[in-house]
Structures are given as C-alpha cells and as structure tokens.
Write a protein that binds this ligand. Structure first.
Ligand SMILES: *Cc1c(COP(=O)(O)O)cnc(C)c1O
Length: 400
C-alpha cells in the first residue's frame, strides 16, 4: 500500500511550513488501479469528480493515468480543458445552474448532464436533437453517510424526481431531445451496496423510454475508511453485482457504465499537517490548539466527518485524551475526547484522509492565509500551490 511515512511528512512540513496539504500521487494511481481492476470491463468508464481536489498538478496526474474527469461548474470544465483533457473525456454534471452555463459547456463540446425540467426544456427549444445529453434522475432512495451528504432522497434538490417521468418524456418528445445517458448519484460515504443496486432498479424500470441510450452513469459515493473500524465500500463485490444486473437485463447489457468517484481516488492520498501552538489544561478537557481551523479543513464542523489525527513528532508517545481545536475566533473543534499520542507545543499533528474536500473547501476566514499544497511524486515533494501572502488578502479589494 502506498503511504508517506512520518519522516517524509515532518521533513516536508519543515521545508514548506505549516499548515500544509501533502498529496501522494502514487496513492492516487493505486486507487485508480483498484477501480480499474474491479470494474475491468471495457464498457466501464471512470470520471474523477474533481470538486474533491482541483489543483492543476493533481488534475494533470489524473489525466496521465488515463482517468476521465467529472466537473461541477463551468470553471472546473475550463480547468480540465486547461490541463489538456480531451472534451470527450470531460463530463459536466450540472446542478441548479444558469442555462447560459449549459450553452457554454455545449460550445466547449463536453458531455453534459442536465438536472432540471426547466433547463431540459430550454435546451430542447434551443438545440433540439443536435447535441446529446444525459439526465440526472433523482431515484427517491436514501443513501450515504448522513443526511447532509445524501442526494437521492425525496427531499433532495438534486436531479429530476423519477416521479416526474411523464413530464421528462413529454419534454424530450416535444423537442426530439437526444438522451444518451441516465445518471444517478445518491450521496457520499455509501457502504451499503444495496443502495447502488436499488438505484439501478429504478433506472432499469425507465430505460426503455430512451431508445438512444448509450450509457448509465451511477455517480459515486464509494466510501473509504476514515478509521480502522470503518467499513469501506466493497468495490469488487459491487462491480460483480452491477455487472450481473446489467448482463441480466436485455436493454442494459450493451450500455456503457460510468462512475464519478471523488473521495475514492484522492481522500487517502492527502495528509494535512499542522503544528501545535498551545496546550491548555482545564477541567473538561486538555486542548491542543493548532495553527489551523475550519478555514483550512471544514469537514469535521460542516458535516461531522471523522479524521484520524496523529502526533507524528511523538509517534510512540503514550495516548492521552485531548480536544483538538483551531485558532479561529469561532468554535472550531476538530476532535473531542480523542486519544492522541502525548503532545506538547511545537509538535506536528497529521490529519489523515485529507485529500478530498480539504483544501478545496478552504477559505480566508479571519483573514488567514490558505495553506500551501505539495505533491509527492517518486518520493520527491513538489510545491504545487504557494501559501497565501498578505498581498493575496488585498488583491481583489477596492478601497473607496
Ligand atoms: C460529489 C459528487 C461525486 C463524488 O462523490 P464522492 O463521494 O466524493 O465520491 C460524484 N458525482 C457527483 C454528481 C457529485 O456531486
């Protein structure tokens, strides 16, 4: 298994300063190979959901290992084109966007998934059958780690509810729209394979209405382990079940199967290194105050994510119970009642599984700098984003 060791992490933190995001390109390659091995059939295509991590050096690596790319905004589409992805390997899974972004994506020539009846009708009126589309269907099933990261249930904003099939078909027929794909994505951190199977059942019930269909896009939500007791998605079993389902369905067996993993490809490749500013002892807890906050890693506060945290400066230290908190003027607790190797001021704490939705969701809250990013390739660390400087805080502001 590809992993960076404590010495590499500490040396890199000393060289580039903290807080620091470090990624490991060989780990990304390894995850991609795992997916390719599980989903081995040539009719299966993998698109990296790049909203998890869009640094252009990462995107270049993703392209070089032969992976395709899934984008959530027109700017991500432009980043993908910027690093040289061919437009046929770019998918734009839009959600709630202005129609003019869809027009722009069409002009760029990328694959487009539409997720509202309103944009579908606008597309039909303007372009008829001149450009193929896929449709994001909301299957009305519950999947994913918790409600905030579930996207397929009947209160979710995502997709066109399958219960509105009549309206979908009416719009498609009226404008003779060329629907080549059906898409579902029911959430993140899905360890229950049944959720994927149920989603497939929903699509299988409607696919005969779409005679031009070429692919079914099953989105993602593959769960990776955040701690030892976690159960990740068993992708080998999942692949076997999905292939069985497709082979047993006469109208589906010749379709391509697309996936859009984000976390699965990059989560474990990332390490977030922070340094300890202060230790505070009080009645309720011993606080470890680090040189970061939810301005750099918001997942624990935003949707209760668990990140393993280790004191990489004292890996053999006796474990004690701590609360790990940030330096913001706001409650920014990364972990409460957490066992961590005995820690003193100046130590380096490493957050694992920091590759997906880490830097990507960072901000300049409290007018603090965004961290630098480093990519390890062939055991060498390369700076791939400089740390902010004071000028960056002023850059876009106008004094009147
Ligand atoms: C976020 C997202 C993904 C990736 O989800 P992960 O849980 O990171 O694998 C895939 N498809 C769509 C449409 C998404 O919005």
């Amino acid at each position: 298994m590809q992993q960076l060791d404590n010495e590499q992490l500490i040396q890199t933190a000393q060289q580039f300063g903290t807080p620091l995001y470090i990624y490991h390109s060989e780990k990304i390659t390894e995850q991609h190979q795992k997916l390719k091995a599980a989903f081995y059939k040539p009719n299966t295509k993998i698109f990296f959901a790049c909203k998890a991590l869009t640094n252009i050096s990462i995107l270049t690596h993703i392209k070089n290992i032969g992976c395709n790319i899934d984008c959530s905004s027109i700017n991500e589409v432009k980043l993908a084109i910027h690093v040289g992805f061919s437009t046929k390997n770019i998918l734009y899974t839009s959600n709630g966007i202005a129609f003019k972004e869809i027009e722009e994506a069409k002009k760029l020539g990328v694959n487009i998934t539409i997720d509202s009846l309103s944009n579908l009708a606008k597309f039909g009126e303007k372009f008829g059958n001149t450009y193929p589309l896929s449709l994001r269907i909301r299957p009305n099933i519950m999947g994913g780690g918790n409600l905030q990261i579930s996207t397929g249930h009947d209160e979710s904003k995502f997709g066109i509810p399958v219960t509105q099939l009549d309206q979908i078909l009416q719009t498609v027929q009226q404008h003779n729209i060329n629907v080549e794909g059906l898409h579902i994505h029911t959430g993140s951190d899905i360890d229950d394979i049944e959720v994927f199977i149920k989603g497939i059942e929903v699509l299988f019930e409607i696919l005969h209405h779409f005679p031009n269909l070429k692919f079914i896009d099953l989105g993602s939500g593959f769960k990776v382990k955040y701690k030892a007791t976690d159960k990740g998605t068993d992708i080998n079993l999942l692949a076997q079940k999905i292939y069985e389902d497709f082979e047993n369905h006469p109208a589906a067996k010749d379709l391509e199967i697309w996936f859009e993993p984000g976390k699965f490809l990059v989560s474990e490749s990332g390490y977030f290194i922070t340094q300890v500013n202060v230790i505070k002892h009080n009645e309720e807890a011993t606080f470890i105050g680090i040189d970061s906050g939810f301005n750099h890693l918001i997942r624990p506060m935003f949707y209760g994510s668990y990140h393993t945290i280790k004191n990489i400066s004292n890996p053999l230290g006796e474990a004690k119970e701590y609360a790990v908190v940030g330096n913001l003027c706001e409650t920014d607790t990364f972990a409460w009642q957490r066992k961590i190797e005995e820690t003193k001021e100046g130590d380096y704490l490493c957050f694992y599984n920091a590759g997906a939705y880490g830097f990507e969701m960072s901000s300049n809250f409290n007018s603090r700098f965004k961290p630098a990013e480093v990519l390890f390739k062939n055991n060498e660390p390369y700076l791939i984003r400089k740390r902010d400087e004071f000028e960056d805080l002023l850059h876009k502001q106008i004094m009147i």
